[in-house]
Write a protein that binds this ligand. Structure first.
Ligand SMILES: NC(=O)c1ccc[n+]([C@@H]2O[C@H](COP(=O)([O-])OP(=O)(O)OC[C@H]3O[C@@H](n4cnc5c(N)ncnc54)[C@H](OP(=O)(O)O)[C@@H]3O)[C@@H](O)[C@H]2O)c1
Length: 301
């Protein structure tokens, strides 16, 4: 689409208080781009009629793009709160894609490694068959399909294992548990060692997404994989977190079978990001680098 223009109108960012959304707002503001980013209190996204009314009320100003960083991201709870997950993850993306189409602006939307079944060991490419194992994954896949069906100019970015210095994520859970365990010698932290993926720093994901948006020349929706390079298990991720934060923790590797959760997780969550590199020249650094930067930025994690 070319570079976003500080004089060219607002970018709508939904889910602006989330991990990736917060980073989008920072990036856009740093570039002097005006942002329309309703909070949950201003706009409940489960109410799609309110969304249309809200956006119509603000549509007198020109817009340049729509970024959907909102989602129902609580994977286990999604098994129970099915209606909410369905509206946010499956229906909202289609509504946004239609709006983007009407306004003739591009949409950036996020999807997930959880659209795959997790079989095998090879990183998944965009064209691989999907097969979600849990309801969250099903709704995210339905969201992708809803966007594809509109024909809107949209980037559907599948990412994985997002972390940052704020929000609900594995990094913050581990540092919290690590501090507790350090204060109580003999306490073990058990982490699964058979789910493999790429931890991805929300800041780097948002920056790469913005670059992709500006380089995007397509006129139809397209799926790309976008995550950090390298891969590890949750156990290896935890070990690296404790190494980098210098927390002395007794860590134990366990199989997923010893950590039952309401939602089943894929074992192989690796995403092949070759298409992103070939199309936009974007290559993400190794996940350990992203973790280093995040910890440097957030020393009190
Ligand atoms: N987190 C991961 O590990 C991961 C992995 C792969 C893909 N993804 C995808 O990446 C995208 C961004 O993920 P994230 O981790 O940045 O998400 P997040 O931190 O959970 O943020 C989600 C945002 O959605 C907002 N939201 C949820 N329900 C809402 C509602 N009813 N009305 C208004 N706003 C609502 C939340 O608002 P509040 O702040 O008010 O709660 C929050 O700002 C999502 O599409 C997700 O599926 C995430």
């Amino acid at each position: 689409m070319g570079h976003l223009d500080p004089k060219g109108g607002a970018v709508w960012v939904l889910g602006a208080a989330g991990q990736i959304g917060t980073r989008w707002i920072q990036l856009l503001k740093a570039r002097g781009i005006s942002v329309l980013a309703p909070t949950r209190a201003q706009l409940d996204l489960t109410d799609l009629d309110s969304l249309r009314t809200y956006l119509l009320a603000h549509s007198s100003k020109p817009i340049q793009a729509i970024v959907n960083a909102a989602a129902y991201t609580q994977v286990d709870l999604a098994e129970k709160e099915r209606n909410i997950a369905q509206v946010l993850n499956a229906e909202l993306p289609g509504t946004l894609a239609k709006l983007a189409h009407q306004h003739n602006v591009p949409l950036v939307h996020y999807s997930t490694d959880y659209v795959f079944s997790g079989t095998g060991t090879k990183p998944w490419v965009e064209t691989d068959p999907t097969g979600p194992l849990n309801f969250y994954g099903e709704t995210k896949l339905a969201g992708e399909k809803a966007i594809l069906a509109t024909g809107a100019r949209a980037l559907i970015l599948r990412t994985s294992w997002i972390f940052d210095g704020h929000g609900r994520n594995f990094l913050r859970t581990m540092t919290k548990l690590g501090r507790h365990a350090q204060a109580k010698p003999g306490q073990k932290i058990r982490v699964v060692n058979d789910q493999i993926g790429a931890p991805s720093f929300a800041k780097d994901v948002a920056a790469a997404s913005l670059r992709a948006l500006e380089e995007f020349r397509g006129s139809a929706p397209e799926i790309f994989h976008l995550c950090h390079a390298g891969a590890c298990s949750w156990f290896e991720f935890a070990a690296e977190i404790f190494r980098q934060t210098q927390l002395q923790v007794d860590l134990e590797a366990i199989p997923s079978s010893q950590y039952p959760t309401p939602a089943k997780r894929p074992l192989n969550s690796r995403l092949d990001c070759g298409k992103l590199k070939a199309t936009f020249g974007i290559e993400m650094p190794d996940w350990k680098k992203g973790l280093e930067e995040c910890i440097r930025e957030n020393p009190d994690l």
